[in-house]
Design a protein around this ligand. Sequence first.
Ligand code: N2P
Length: 369
Amino acid sequence: MTVRLLVRLALAAVVTFAAASARAEEKVVNVYNWSDYIAKDTLEKFTRETGITVKYDTYGENEILDAKLMTGKSGYDVVFPSASPFFARQVKAGLYQPLDLAKIPNAKGVDKAVMDSLAKVDQGGVHALPYMMAATGIGYNVDAVAKAMPGAPVDSWRMLFDPAVVSKLKSCGVTLLDTPVEVIPAMLAYLGRDPTVQTTAELDVAMKALAPLRPDYRYLHSEKYRSDLANGDICVAQGYVGDLVQARARAREAAGHKQNIAIVIPKEGALVNIDVMAVPVDAPHPDAAMAFINFILRPDIIAEITNQTGYANAVPAALAYGDPAIRSDPAIYPPPDVKAKLFSALPPATPTFDRTRTRAWSRFRADRF
Ligand code: N2P
C-alpha cells in the first residue's frame, strides 16, 4: 500500500465518522415546562426506557417562556405554551417545527375534538399536541373566609373583584395570577361583559375596575399561591384548577388537616386553557423531542400525570388508568352546566393590542397608574 492510499483511506474514515456523529443525536432532551406540572417519576421512567437523559427546567407563566422563545436559541427541545393566545402567536411567528408524527404513534390516541380546536390555531400543520387542560378558577380557605366575611359570595368572581367583598377578605390574603391574559377576562366576566373581546376600550374598562383594588391584593403571582393556600397564609386565590387541586391535597395531607380548601369555577364563567407540547425550530435534539412527546402521550403515563397534578388530559384511553377521585372531581372534569359557561382561550390579539395590554399590566403590577 502506498502512503498516498493510506492517507486517502484515513481521510475517508474521518469523513464517514463525522457524518455518522452528526446524524446520531446526543441522547439528551431539554424540557421547559410549567412548575408542578408532571408526575414524580415520569422523567425517570422515560430515561430508563429510552436511554435519553432529561434536562428539566420550569417556569410559572406563559410570558416567561414567550420571552425566551422570542429571543431565539433557547436551547429547549420541548416546551408547553398555552394554545391561545401564546402558541397561536408563536407558531405564526415561525418559532416551531412541524412534529414528525411518524415518530409519535401515540398522537393517534388524542381526542379528536381537542385536535380540531388546536387545528384552528396551528397554521395548517401539526406543530403541537395537547398536554393538559384546565379552567382558571378560585381556591379559598373555607374557615378563614367564613370568619372574615360570613356569607361571602364564594361561587362568584365577586370574591376577587367586588370592592365590598375584597375589602373584607384582604385581611386573610387575596391574590391574583400574574398575567393579564387570565385576570382581564375574569374581570370582564365579573362585570357581565364578553370576556373574549380584546379591544383597548374593554381593556380600559377592566383596568379601571382593577386599579382601586391593587392595594388590597397581597400579591400577583402564578406559583406562590399553591403552598400559601395550603399553609393558610392566604385565603382566596385566583388559580389554575390543577394547582388548586394540589393545594387542597397538600392541606389535607398536612398534620392535623388545619386548612380546608375549596375550589370553585365561578358562576359567571371562566377561561379554559389547553397547554400543548411543541418543539422550537432550533431545538438541538429534535428526535429526542419526538420520543419525549410520544412517551408523554402514552395512556398510562399521561394518566399518572393527571392523577398527580389535578389537570385533565386529552387522551381518552387514559381514563382507564385514572384515579376515581380525580375522574369524579367536578373542578377537573366540570359537569355540563359548568362546562357550558367555560370560554376557551382568547384569540390572538394584534401585536399593538398585546403591547398595550402588557404595559397596562406592568403599571398595575407596580401600582402606578
Ligand atoms: C402548572 C400550571 C399550568 C396550567 N402549575 C396553566 N396553564
